[in-house]
Ligand binder design. Sequence first.
Ligand code: NI
Length: 396
Amino acid sequence: MIIEQIKEISEGIFEEIRAFRRDMHQHPELSFQEVETQKKVRVYLEKIGVDSIETCATTGLVALIKGKNPAKKTVALRADIDALPINELNEVPYKSQNQGVMHACGHDVHTSSLLGAATILTQLKSEFEGTIKLVVQPGEEKLPGGASIMIKEGVLNNPDVDAMVGQHVMPLIDAGKVGFRSGLYMASADEIYITIHGKGGHGAHPHMNIDPVTIAAQVITALQQVVSRSAKPAMPSVLSIGKIIGLGATNVIPSKVEMEGTFRTFNEKWRMEAHEKIVQITTQIAEAFGATCDVEVRKGYPFLNNDEQKTETARKAAIEYLGEENVEELDIWPAGEDFAYFSQEVPSCFYRLGIRNEEKGITSMLHTPTFDIDEKALKVGAGLMAYIAITELGEA
Ligand code: NI
């Protein structure tokens, strides 16, 4: 019965939500510069009549929607609002008007879906007990992200959050469907920066030099053993070196080689051990060949854990709302996500919103210049999120 009400409201507000998404897509703003976006979200929240709105983390917002007996329980719903430094290549009426900046990670979809859910929940305030906290997060794409800043500023308190829910678009899932995974879902993501300092010189006289190129090659190969030999086989880990710069020539050995990469995994203890190994292996290989090195492992987001109970409640709600055939089981996804900080503080569920439509040619992956969505996903994005929020509030 409540599902029917939500679906009806969600149909009724679809065009408005789509218009918000298109406007946001046309006017993307980079991390922590989301000034206009913040204004527009605030105006929208004022219009639908939430109970309070506050600024958080400078360009973020926190708003409350109070149901009956508001002190009973609080469920937080989160959307991120920043865009990426990518030049959009889609030829659509809502193409980015901000050259070189694009909503290529669907944060426009998350935000407009959250506003849709908020509209539904304000209209159904008399139908649920507890409080809904809307968390509009800036700077998801940049380290340190907005989530940890919001937590420091008290976003999870006053009222204390009992459960937190976030959604993210997923180009591998068809629009109209969603995906869930209980437990470990997304990886911690750390950045590796290495410089091998050797001694440059003529390529014909390697014995008179210290060749940082061959040392770098050994370091790259040896670091793979952190993942293949030191990590427990059951613990997913990824180590990729994606950048190597050694500015020598056919006959010139350079004096240094710089490398950058990423390390991802799903366990804090192992993560710290791996960091030590990365430093140790690199330093000792460099030393063995007479070179020196600088190694820095810069900590990024922690791993994202989906609370089993909250996730099962959300999954059950999704099956009721969309039907079992439209609810998929997700695989582990070794990308990083700032929502992980929230998941480390309160029981959380981060699920995936399908946006793919092969017939319409909508298949591009996240962070690509041709990323787009089948906008019918917005109906699910708004309606299902509202229903999950009400279901989580109703759980003991
Ligand atoms: Ni994203």
